[in-house]
Ligand binder design. Structure first.
Ligand code: CA
Ligand code: CA
Length: 662
């Protein structure tokens, strides 16, 4: 026996993948299992407890066992019968339990074995985190002796149970919050990695060929467990929970990245989301090492290796196989997997359409206006008008900026309308830290002589929509307040618009907060009104705009021409106070150019349809756009095409060419 074994506690809601996680743990000669505990999750506590005890009997885990939490800390319980069947562990017959249930509660048993352990203990939770939270709340004294919590839960890019939330965390977000805030080092295996930990039907024969009783049962579990995920589009079974064990025992097969991860407790759409601070906007130190990829081949090899640890072990099985809950039944599809496609027809416009640009004229808005002017010259569309809104700078400044930019482009003929000075409900919070105090990097442009129109944005947009007779595309480059106010003032306006193309939101992460992109964060209530308007929305969020970053050379190329566009871009970039380029460390993201180019060249872009919702009353996710691919579409329609990818090279080359022609 290895005398330096690491003491561990297994806590789960078995569950096929919990069971396989425990196969790995028991097989590993370097781990010493001090205790096993069950928790309600995939199924009720009665079912997960009997399953857990049967798994222990099968594998020869003789550590003390305690029954854990019956229900989440404060949330209402849910179960996941569609993945694991009625028993929670449908499939092969199992041995009867041979271990007593401890009279202690799960947290009390954990505390006892941690206190008695000579070495600090690693806890491996593979279900909702209720027991662990209760341990930390009721036995704060043992915290020092918890070396690490390596868990399956969450997903920093997406959810499965809800569009933004994974099952284990969604089941008990409050418990997860306590664990993530505990200061104990966390290794997080969320859907980001566990959906890559796929075991495919063509791996099953290799598992059976191991030829012992445990391997046969594992193969039987997988033959049941893969049916549901295969029916909803995976190419096998994502076997989530073993990642939590392997992230500790075999970290080399993963990529592990440190992030600060927080848990959304409120919210209409994002409750239970694990929000990672990808861009460091929170200023908080990382609290978790997040697994993002796994070497799948090594994963299967390690499983085979682990199964051989059970060679020669046979236990008596007296029970019956669980009935196959899916036999003869059509599996109800509850989820689509992500994938990108060309923009679908109803989100496209005809050639030569009219566009209306609504802008909070900052630096990238100015670049967008330059690009738009060049595309109009080429006959790609007609610019019907421009309205301005608070955002990067105050509303009045944004109107002045728009006029001055147009004047430098020789386009004083395009009317500029003033719009909302503040968001619907939240206070106005300009982005001077990105665009400088005047919104244009501190660059002073010659004053345009053209007046800002008297008519407010909402009235002007309505009139333009009427005039365009159903062909107007509204392009929103700032907070979406003008559009939302126009929809409220003119209820027939949505029916008159062809579509809305926005720069805003993000499927993954945010740039103003860990969860939210600036334009949506600046006025989430208005954004929600736009997504709910019924007008098809094309969303160019950070997912695509950040892929289209300009290098120093790209920017030089755009500015090096003698066109009005190149000269204007030089003035803004080179005569200002350099706030903008310093913010982007010389390689700027010109976010707002993306929707303009998309309106003219949709073939460069790809993404997918989703229902998009905005968090407006949440804890940490205010302004987060939640893309719902089909689990729970609340508007009854996928109202948005979420742009996720683009051909960067062609994009940058095209934009440089357009600026040099503008
Ligand atoms: Ca589990
Ligand atoms: Ca903007």
């Amino acid at each position: 026996m290895n005398m330096n074994r690491v003491p561990v506690i297994l806590d789960g809601d078995p569950g096929h993948d919990d069971a396989i996680a425990w196969v790995f743990a028991k097989a590993d000669p370097n781990l010493d299992i001090l205790a096993v505990t069950s928790v309600a999750g995939n199924q009720t506590i009665e079912k997960t407890t009997i399953n857990a005890r049967r798994i222990c009997a099968l594998l020869g885990i003789d550590a003390p066992f305690a029954r854990g939490a019956t229900r989440p800390l404060t949330a209402d319980p849910v179960t996941a019968g569609n993945w694991h069947g009625e028993s929670g562990l449908d499939g092969p017959a199992m041995p009867e339990p041979d271990q007593e249930i401890s009279p202690l509660s799960a947290p009390d048993l954990m505390a006892k074995v941690i206190e008695e352990s000579a070495e600090p203990v690693v806890i491996i939770p593979t279900g909702p985190l209720t027991n662990i939270a209760m341990l930390l709340l009721t036995h704060p004294e043992v915290k020092e002796k918890i070396r690490m919590i390596t868990l399956m839960g969450g997903g920093v890019t997406h959810g499965n149970w809800k569009p933004a939330a994974e099952f284990n965390i969604f089941e008990d977000p409050e418990a997860a919050k306590i664990v993530y805030d505990s200061g104990i080092p966390i290794r997080m295996c969320g859907l980001d990695v566990t959906e890559k930990a796929i075991i495919r039907p063509d791996d099953f024969p290799r598992i059976r060929a191991v030829g012992n009783q445990v391997a046969d049962i594992v193969a039987g579990w997988l033959e049941f467990f893969y049916q549901y995920p295969m029916a909803i589009g995976y190419d096998g079974a994502p076997v989530h929970d073993p990642c939590a064990v392997l992230a500790f025992t075999h970290p080399e097969i993963f990529t592990l990245t440190p992030y600060y991860v927080d848990i959304e407790l409120g919210g209409e759409y994002a409750r239970g989301a694990t929000v990672a601070d990808f861009r460091g906007t929170s200023g908080k130190e990382p609290n978790a090492l997040v697994a993002e990829t796994i070497d799948r081949d090594r994963y299967i090899d390690l499983l085979i290796e682990a199964l051989h640890a059970y060679d020669g072990r046979t236990v008596t099985i007296t029970g019956e196989p669980s009935p196959d809950a899916f036999a003869g039944k059509k599996i109800e599809k509850t989820r689509s997997l992500a994938g990108v496609h060309p923009i679908t027809a109803r989100f496209l416009a005809e050639a030569g359409e009219e566009i209306w640009i609504d802008t909070d004229t900052g630096v990238d808005d100015a670049a967008a206006l330059i690009t738009a002017a060049a595309l109009e010259k080429k006959g790609c569309f007609t610019i019907a008008g421009i309205s301005t809104v608070f955002g990067n700078a105050a509303a009045a400044q944004c109107a002045v900026n728009a006029r001055n930019v147009l004047s430098q482009l020789g386009r004083e003929d395009i009317p500029v309308y003033h719009g909302a000075e503040r968001p619907m409900l939240v206070p106005a919070r300009p982005a001077a830290y990105v665009h400088g105090e005047n919104g244009l990097n501190g660059a002073v442009l010659p004053q345009s002589k053209a007046p800002v129109q008297e008519k407010p944005a909402w009235d002007a947009i309505y009139e333009a929509a009427k005039k365009a007779k159903g062909s107007l595309t509204l392009i929103l480059l700032g907070p979406q307040t003008n559009a939302a106010l126009a929809f409220r003032k003119y209820p027939d306006l949505p029916g008159m618009l062809k579509r809305i193309v926005i720069m805003g939101g993000a499927d993954i992460g945010g740039n103003r907060t860990p969860a939210a992109e600036f334009n949506i964060w600046a006025d989430p209530d208005s954004a929600q009104a736009v997504f709910k308007s019924g007008v098809p929305v094309v969303m160019c969020g950070l997912d695509v705009t950040e892929k289209l970053r300009f290098t120093k050379e790209d920017l030089e190329k755009a500015m090096s021409g003698e066109s009005k566009g190149s000269r204007l871009l030089r003035t803004i970039m080179e005569t200002g106070d350099d706030t903008f380029l310093r913010f982007y460390e010389g390689t700027p993201v010109l976010h707002d150019v993306t929707p303009i180019l998309l309106a003219a060249m949709p073939e460069l872009f790809a993404g997918e349809e989703a229902g998009v919702f905005v968090e407006t009353r949440s804890g940490i996710c205010n302004g987060k756009t939640v893309s719902d691919r089909d689990t729970d579409v609340k508007f009854g329609v996928k109202n948005t095409f979420v742009v996720l990818d683009a051909d960067r090279e062609t994009f940058v080359e095209t934009v440089c060419g357009l600026v040099r022609e503008a």
